[in-house]
Write a protein that binds this ligand. Structure first.
Ligand SMILES: NC(=O)c1ccc[n+]([C@@H]2O[C@H](COP(=O)([O-])OP(=O)(O)OC[C@H]3O[C@@H](n4cnc5c(N)ncnc54)[C@H](OP(=O)(O)O)[C@@H]3O)[C@@H](O)[C@H]2O)c1
Length: 280
């Protein structure tokens, strides 16, 4: 039997997830049913996805059909969660065994809230990061109650072509998110500041941006391919009395290392706080 998927919120993240599944033939376009907030956003929701996908807005009476899918991807903004909960409760479905799957990528909405909102579904929390959009992502997964091993495989299939997958306890997701989901912003900030430094030191802007970018990607490749610890690489680059150690002295004085440590801890705390508010 052909597999089908229902997508509630066909925005950037949902498109990044579903696009490779369509390309690989895992799902036929005609078996993908999406719901968006407004009719006017249907063309952009479809983007460059293959034709044949059905997308309606949430006020279309056909939108309830999304609840018939054996697998639902919930990818709205967290603020829209209660609206969706309400629309799910209006859909009368039979109890099925095993229950259909619902994968939520919503930040701050706990498995407990998901399970209470969608009691006829087996829920999974997924935390993908932005690089999933170029298939270089990381996804943390926390399983809901009573999930079967077949359902776990199904969920892994959804994320494996865009990301490396990490199966985690739900309480670990906040820390995972603080590093991997917020991480691209920290790295972008460091990269931008390094390029600014090169401009201040006299290089043209475009060249500085390009060099900063290549320095970052080359360093990541070197660390990975030679299996180097970051400290080993730092020591390799910093020669006695040289330029790098002078710069590193300044970074230590300015507190770069502890600023980054505290940033990750704060992001994890904030994520935990949002989850607590979301479930109250
Ligand atoms: N982007 C990321 O890097 C990332 C990473 C990890 C997790 N996430 C999570 O992914 C979720 C979506 O993020 P996004 O960046 O993809 O957001 P987005 O691009 O704004 O997409 C949100 C989608 O939800 C639709 N929507 C709004 N109200 C709806 C309703 N009542 N019923 C059905 N659909 C509705 C929107 O349609 P309209 O445009 O018509 O309103 C839009 O298609 C968020 O919860 C976020 O926490 C995102």
């Amino acid at each position: 039997m052909e597999k089908s998927i229902g997508i509630i919120g066909l925005g950037r993240m949902a498109r990044a997830i579903v696009s490779p599944l369509l390309e690989s033939g895992e799902y036929e376009p005609s078996n993908v049913f999406g719901v968006v907030g407004n009719t006017s956003s249907i063309p952009s929701a479809l983007g460059d996805l293959p034709s044949g996908i059905k997308v309606v807005s949430s006020d279309d009476k056909l939108s309830v059909k999304v609840w018939e899918a054996p697998l639902i991807l919930l990818a709205i903004k967290p603020q829209q969660f209660w609206e969706i909960k309400e629309s799910a409760s209006r859909f009368k479905s039979n109890d099925k065994s095993p229950k259909p799957l619902l994968i939520s990528v919503l930040a701050g909405i706990t498995l407990k809230s998901l399970q209470e909102a969608f009691p006829k579904h087996t829920c999974v929390r997924a935390v993908p990061n932005t690089p999933t959009m170029v298939r270089e992502g990381l996804t943390g997964l926390a399983w809901g109650d009573d999930i079967t091993s077949d359902q776990k495989s199904e969920v892994r299939k959804v994320f494996e072509s865009i990301s490396e997958i990490f199966q985690l306890k739900e309480r670990q997701l906040d820390s995972f998110l603080a590093l991997t989901s917020s991480g691209p912003a920290y790295i972008a900030l460091v990269l931008e500041a390094m390029a600014d430094g090169a401009v201040a030191a006299g290089l043209p802007r475009n060249l500085s941006n390009k060099l900063a970018h290549k320095t970052l990607s080359g360093t990541a490749s070197l660390l990975r391919e030679k299996s180097l610890h970051p400290a080993e690489l730092k020591d390799m680059v910093a020669s006695p009395g040289g330029t790098t150690i002078s710069a590193l002295r300044h970074l230590e004085l300015a507190g770069l290392r502890s600023a980054l440590i505290e940033a990750v801890v704060l992001a994890a705390q904030k994520s935990r706080q949002l989850s607590e508010e979301g479930s109250s």
